[in-house]
Design a protein around this ligand. Sequence first.
Ligand SMILES: NC(=O)c1ccc[n+]([C@@H]2O[C@H](COP(=O)([O-])OP(=O)(O)OC[C@H]3O[C@@H](n4cnc5c(N)ncnc54)[C@H](O)[C@@H]3O)[C@@H](O)[C@H]2O)c1
Length: 363
Amino acid sequence: MSFSPYDRPVRAAFVGLGRVYDLNIRAYAGNPDVEVVALVDPSDERRTQRQADWPEARAFASVAELAASGLEVDAVEALLPIPLHSDTVIEMLGSGWHVNLQKPICNDLAGAERMIEAAETSGKQLRVMENYLFYEPLQKLKATVDSGELGEVSGYHVKMVASGLGGWDVPGSTYEWQFQQARGGRGTLVFDDGWHKLSTAIWLFGPVKEVRAWIGNTEVIPGIDVDAPSTLVWEHVNGIRGIFDITLAVDMYLRSDYYTNDERWEITGRRGYARVNRCTGRGIQQPSLEVYVDGEMRSYHALDDDWASSFRDSGRHWLRWLHTGEGPMLWSAAESVEVLRFALAAYASSDAGGTGFDPVSLD
Ligand SMILES: NC(=O)c1ccc[n+]([C@@H]2O[C@H](COP(=O)([O-])OP(=O)(O)OC[C@H]3O[C@@H](n4cnc5c(N)ncnc54)[C@H](O)[C@@H]3O)[C@@H](O)[C@H]2O)c1
């Protein structure tokens, strides 16, 4: 698809001004690549609150109102509840705007195909942002693996403990969308948060050829279920195996400036291992990356391990990309469909009692 890079600040609109806006705004604040011209959210309260950040921007209650206003917009930062992704993204592409969408792309392959078709028809770019790929300790982990210093990789695991206490406030309305997702078989820990972990797997070791999963369920309060304990295992095309272990610690306090995720990535090679000790929360109070090789441990004390910085850098990457059209988008819509297929293969496997599924084979 042809794309003409911008040689002036991109005129951008935020669509969806909820919880995650507080992180995505970091890419836009003080960035000469962009001018924020519009804010869209049906909530009066949200529009009033966010207008203070962008006094010059015009505020609208819907995408349709913005499109009808005649205001010139080049690109949209789409921060919408997941069930709205497909239809609203198609509407925005049809309005002639490039779209930087929060993950997951959407809930199923049919919706993703419709979105990609809409991007092709409109000639606009659709990116599905993946901030974890911009988290400096994970970038350094990848660089360590790629350097070969761990030796040939033997395997790796990713761990997520969802704790119930600590972190920032998440509005009840945000949870309502998550519960709707869970009722539709797309739980928060495997699909919404898990999306990031599956993304990092593909980013680190390439395409996946087989996925096996055992997705559990815990009722945390009457009527509210969470998709843990869950275990996903897989093999990449290159033969490397990964494991994703998801557990729930409802009564555990976790210090965090954001969500209460206690996360780790540990890659074992023939000569040593490398481990990222934390990401979203401040779980293990050690250097965020440690590398052990030949009897020596190297600790990284000066990486930017504030999780919010990954949003800043992912958003800046997109806004710069719009000025060059060069290099990987991290992710393009087509790449994000690989992540979707990975997650759907896990559901198919769990439904089938744990047998292996090739993500490419799913309809
Ligand atoms: N990258 C990450 O780590 C991360 C973290 C949290 C959330 N997210 C993703 O960000 C997205 C939004 O999540 P959130 O937690 O901010 O949700 P939220 O519910 O807090 O915010 C969504 C906002 O969209 C508004 N909205 C609803 N319908 C709309 C419409 N038709 N047009 C415009 N605005 C509309 C709501 O009023 C609300 O203000 C989701 O895709 C979620 O998966 C990503």
